[in-house]
Design a protein around this ligand. Structure first.
Ligand code: HEM
Length: 242
């Protein structure tokens, strides 16, 4: 993302460009993202509501087109996040970083965030999941807008922080596919005693927890990283400014 305002502000943080093996997480992140997309997208490629993994509510003609828009837009965002956090690309090709950042924000809001907010209240997984998804969508929209505004104001350290929070929420959906089997396995010993031997009932019981943890845990991870793990040179100079 870029800045046009002439406000006195920080310079974009310049770091020596690390080799890819000094950032060994970028390859696993890319593999995880592509594997998730290969699993998540196929049921929606035929544009047939009957193939959807979610129950499509009856009588809402707009729901399925919006869901599909959200999913294809979400696939784009997932790939753009990899470009945005790849240190080598950021330092060697800053123009690619700026342009893909603009697409992330300006396409992500209408294609992913707003549709998510509109479909969230109609989740078939119950009120708790609906509330969790609405909060998730509102936070993603808010973090993304704040991050974009920080870049426009040339507050680059804060821009990085808010965009990392936004990226964490994008990964909520992929992380959901990790958390569901973990919760299923944890609950399996109580399949007979609590869920009457019904796997579907067990799945329904863990849905609110999995929906909530999917986006809260990646967000907590980013908060921990920003506070305790980030290289010193990349911390915003809040104390100094104060
Ligand atoms: C950026 C934050 C995101 C929010 C707030 C969000 C929100 C939602 C909501 C509310 C639903 C409906 C859930 C239900 O009815 O129970 C949904 C479904 C879905 N979303 Fe997202 N989403 C986000 C990002 C993404 C991304 C990046 C992708 C990547 C492709 C994606 C792919 C999907 C898919 C595939 C479904 C249908 C569920 C399924 O097939 O399992 N979402 N999302």
């Amino acid at each position: 993302m870029t800045a046009t305002a002439a406000a006195p502000a920080e310079r974009p943080v310049q770091h020596p460009s690390p080799r890819w093996w000094q950032r060994p997480w970028i390859l696993p992140l890319a593999l995880f993202s592509v594997t998730f997309l290969l699993y998540a997208l196929p049921p929606y490629l035929g544009l047939d509501p009957a193939e959807a993994r979610l129950p499509v509510p009856e009588g809402l003609a707009w729901y399925y087109p919006l869901l599909v828009t959200h999913i294809f837009g979400g696939a784009l965002l997932t790939l753009l996040v990899i470009l945005q956090v790849w240190p080598w690309l950021r330092s060697r090709h800053p123009a690619v970083h700026r342009w893909s950042g603009r697409v992330y924000v300006l396409a992500g809001i209408p294609l992913v965030g707003v549709p998510a907010l509109l479909i969230a209240p109609f989740s078939g997984s119950g009120t708790s999941t609906q509330v969790s998804s609405v909060v998730w969508a509102v936070l993603w929209l808010s973090f993304t807008v704040i991050g974009y505004r920080m870049a426009r104001r040339r507050r680059f350290a804060l821009h990085r922080e808010w965009m990392l929070r936004s990226f964490a929420l994008v990964y909520g959906i992929a992380f959901n596919r990790v958390i569901i089997p973990v919760l299923m396995l944890a609950e399996l010993p109580r399949l007979e005693s609590v869920h009457g031997g019904d796997l579907h009932a067990l799945g329904t019981a863990i849905a609110p927890a999995s929906g909530f943890l999917s986006w809260v845990l990646p967000l907590l991870f980013v908060e921990w990283w920003l506070k305790y793990r980030r290289p010193r040179g990349r911390r915003p100079r809040v104390a100094a400014a104060a």
